[in-house]
Design a protein. Structure first.
Lengths: 112, 114
């Protein structure tokens, strides 16, 4: 079963746009792509979810290409408080069912 | 505050023992999900219940079991504990029944097996 992978870490300056990509080439046909943010000693917090093309909410955008084998979380104008670990979550094909799988997580460090 | 309550916050127990973790979902949410987070395995989905019925199963070991009660709270039972079961266990809840949907996580229970 292919793993759902993300870059281990990223660095950014405050005010920049940050794009975090998740590779999920075994995604189940009917499943959504969801992104969560996690601060130390806290549970993950929902950011955004999409199925295809582009989704935007008040905090982020999610870009999904036509083949849905990857997705990119875009955080506009990050601030120090966006320093956290970001996880994608997809259902991967597992026989006739799908298996819910988190990505490996990307640690984002934002500095002044 | 997500509205999801997990107890206890911390638990230390010996190998071979059995523990029960408890989760109270957000008011009105019918789905409860259990996840395990460890350094070597990352975040893993264990199991989902929807309105008292098991809805989806992930990487849950046979030594582990869960249930959701009529008042919608859920319990995760871990038995014959091993050192490798030491991890953070999260519960999440959602108003929807899907396996992958917007869910609200609790603060977790940190289990240490010694």
């Amino acid at each position: 079963l292919a793993k759902t992978t993300q870059p281990i870490s990223m660095d950014s300056y405050e005010g920049q746009e940050v794009n975090i990509t998740c590779s999920h080439n075994n995604i189940a046909t009917n499943d959504y792509i969801t992104w969560y943010q996690q601060f130390p000693s806290q549970g993950p917090r929902f950011i955004i979810q999409g199925y295809k093309t582009k989704v935007t909410n008040e905090v982020a955008s999610l870009f999904i290409p036509a083949d849905r084998k990857s997705s990119t979380l875009s955080l506009p104008r990050v601030s120090l408080s966006d320093t956290a670990v970001y996880y994608c979550l997809v259902g991967e094909r597992a026989g006739t069912a799908s298996k819910l799988t988190f990505g490996t997580g990307t640690r984002l460090q934002v500095t002044l | 505050d997500s509205g999801v309550t997990q107890t206890p916050k911390h638990l230390i127990t010996a190998t071979g023992q059995r523990v029960t973790l408890r989760c109270s979902p957000r008011s009105g949410d019918l789905s409860v999900y259990w996840y395990q987070q460890s350094l070597d395995q990352g975040l893993q989905f264990l199991i989902q219940y929807y309105n008292g019925e098991e809805r989806a199963k992930g990487n849950i070991l046979e030594r582990f079991s869960a249930q959701q009660f009529p008042d919608l709270h859920s319990e995760l039972n871990l038995s014959s504990l091993e050192l490798g079961d030491s991890a953070l266990y999260f519960c999440a809840s959602s108003s929807r029944g899907g396996m992958n949907t917007e869910a609200f996580f609790g603060q977790g229970t940190r289990l240490t097996v010694v």
